[in-house]
Structures are given as structure tokens and as C-alpha cells.
Design a protein around this ligand. Structure first.
Ligand code: B12
Length: 215
């Protein structure tokens, strides 16, 4: 006997919270084959589970390794949906270009932010690490993102954030800018003219939504 839709979506949700990437991929695949609306799978199973992970992280119930495992499980489901979503008309929450600034190769936090944003329904273009200001500018022109996110983990690479912001402003970038990374503070973000700062990936998703006026 087949479970009803809510129970099947709940199974995907629970498997994300149990970090079962393989199970998530299989369940999402059979849901697609059953003809379930892609947006329902995305919103009610994948994004709902990542919202829960974000809340648990914010409450101190989950830590970075668990959040990464859950994000990986969600990603396994996203990989099934992504090619189908790009063909369909599910609206993306917005487009985000993200990268680690010049001369900095730390990417765990940036990847986590990217995955959580994807889980939150955003289209994410990841420029990788050691991204020079000119590369951010080039990506801004190419992709016209709603938001550009920058990560820095070294006090020596933090000054590359204002350099990148200046270059973006000179190039007339009209979108929003968000910065983060362990040494970055709200105060620093404010002095360099960033629109926003998030201390972790779950706050990054809520701020990205807020900046674009999505509830
Ligand atoms: C792992 C690590 C490495 C790995 C990186 C592997 C990788 N693929 O990323 C390796 C070994 C390569 C490395 C190299 C170096 N590292 Co290192 N590294 C770390 C370590 C231990 C953990 C960083 C991490 O991944 N944390 C976990 C993630 C999840 O947290 P996070 O990055 O802070 O991200 C969260 C938030 O900050 C936020 N966030 C992050 N990015 C963004 C972006 C946006 C837009 C938003 C909104 C939010 C956001 O959300 C994330 C998720 O919640 C830290 C110590 C530490 N505790 O931070 C040192 C640390 C950052 N490294 C340090 C140093 C010195 C180096 C080296 C210079 C060492 C050397 N002498 O070679 C090199 C630098 C190389 C380079 N040019 O970048 C120092 C920096 C000191 C300083 N104040 O500048 C630290 C603090 C260690 C120390 N205590 O000395 N490192």
C-alpha cells in the first residue's frame, strides 16, 4: 500500500534530518516518478527540512558537522530536482553569486551558506575560492544576481571585502551585498558599506529573504 503524499513528504523530511543522503535521493526520485508537483517536493520536504535544520542550529541543538550532513542530504535531493526545475516554471527566490574573497581558500562555511541558500529556494552561483574583485564584477555583469555574498576567514583577507564592494559599486552593481566568515563582524560589515552581515548560514537565508522582501 502506498503512503499518502503528506507521509511520503514527511519521510523525505525525516531522512534529511537523519542525514540519509542516499535515501533522500531515492525518495525524491520516486516522488518525481509519481508525478508529484516539483514545487511541493521542494517546499514541503527539502526546504522545510532545511528550515528546521536552520532553527535547530540557531537553538544550539545542532552543530556545524550535523548541519553539513543535513545540507548534503538535501543536496542529494536537489540534484534530482535541479535539472527538472530549470526546465519548469517554479520561480526561484532570487539569484545569489557567492565566493570566498581574494587570497583566501577557506570554503567550508561559504559552501554551507550556498547549500542553505539553495535549500531556501535561491539559485546559487558559486565562484569558488580566491575570487578577485574583478571576478566578482564580471560575475555581477554576467548573472545580474539579486545578492552577492562574500566570505573571508582570515584577518589578512578581510580588506578584500571593501575592495570588492568598491569595485562592484564602480561597476554600478545595483543588487544587495552580504558578507560573512568567522572574523567578520556586523560592525565591520557596516563600515565597509555591505548591506548585510550574517554570523551563520541559517541567518544568511533569513536575511537574504528579508533583503528581497520575501516572508
Ligand atoms: C579548516 C581550516 C583551514 C583549511 C581550509 C579548508 C577549506 N576547504 O576550507 C586549511 C587547512 C586549508 C586552512 C588554511 C589556512 N588557514 Co585556516 N582554518 C581552518 C579552521 C580550522 C576552520 C574554518 C572552518 O571551516 N570553519 C567551519 C565553518 C562552517 O565556519 P565559518 O567558515 O566561520 O562559516 C560560518 C560563518 O562564518 C558564516 N559564513 C562564512 N562565510 C560566509 C559568507 C556569507 C556571505 C555569509 C552571510 C556567512 C558566511 O556561515 C558559516 C556557516 O555557519 C579555522 C579555525 C576556525 N575555528 O575558524 C582556521 C583559520 C581560519 N585558519 C587560519 C589560518 C592562519 C590559515 C592559514 C594562513 C594557515 C597557514 N599558515 O598556511 C591558511 C590560509 C590559506 C589561505 N590562503 O586561505 C586562522 C586565521 C587567523 C586569522 N585571524 O586570520 C584560523 C582562525 C585558525 C587559527 N586559530 O589560527 N585553514
Amino acid at each position: 500500500m502506498m503512503l499518502d503524499l503528506d507521509d511520503r513528504l514527511d519521510r523525505i523530511y525525516e531522512n534529511i534530518l537523519d542525514y540519509e543522503a542516499k535515501q533522500v535521493a531515492e525518495l525524491v526520485k520516486s516522488e518525481v516518478e509519481a508525478g508529484t508537483d516539483l514545487k511541493i517536493i521542494l517546499d514541503d520536504a527539502l526546504i522545510a527540512a532545511m528550515d528546521e535544520v536552520g532553527d535547530l542550529f540557531a537553538e544550539g541543538e545542532l552543530f556545524v558537522p550535523e548541519m553539513l550532513m543535513a545540507a548534503n542530504a538535501m543536496k542529494a535531493g536537489m540534484e534530482i530536482l535541479r535539472p527538472l526545475l530549470s526546465e519548469s516554471d517554479v520561480p526561484s527566490a532570487g539569484k545569489v553569486v557567492i565566493g570566498t574573497v581574494h587570497r583566501d581558500i577557506h570554503d567550508i562555511g561559504k559552501n554551507l551558506v550556498g547549500m542553505m541558500l539553495e535549500g531556501g529556494g535561491f539559485e546559487v552561483i558559486d565562484l569558488g575560492v580566491n575570487v578577485a574583485p574583478a571576478e566578482f564584477v564580471e560575475a555581477a555583469a554576467k548573472h545580474s544576481p539579486d545578492i552577492i555574498g562574500m566570505s573571508a576567514l582570515l584577518t589578512t583577507t578581510m580588506p578584500n571585502m571593501p575592495k570588492t564592494i568598491d569595485a562592484l559599486h564602480k561597476a554600478d552593481f545595483k543588487g544587495k551585498i552580504i558578507v560573512g566568515g568567522a572574523p567578520v563582524t556586523l560592525e565591520f560589515a557596516e563600515t565597509i558599506g555591505s548591506d548585510s552581515y550574517a554570523p551563520d548560514a541559517s541567518v544568511a537565508v533569513s536575511l537574504a529573504r528579508e533583503m528581497l522582501g520575501i516572508d
